[in-house]
Design a protein around this ligand. Sequence first.
Ligand code: SF4
Length: 59
Amino acid sequence: MIPYIDYSLCTGCGACAELFPLFFEMRDDRPWFINYEKFVVEEHREVMFSCPFRAISIG
Ligand code: SF4
């Protein structure tokens, strides 16, 4: 399971990349999920809550 970004909800605010730079990187005002080999859903579930627009889900 890894984070999924719904770009139809994402405003490009950058909050996810500020809070979790290990997992999100802004490229041209869009967040990209990076380092997915380090993502452990039991430990990093809170990345979902970094997005004020609920654009991040885990699936
Ligand atoms: S916090 Fe949410 S709205 Fe902001 S850049 Fe990340 S995914 Fe997009």
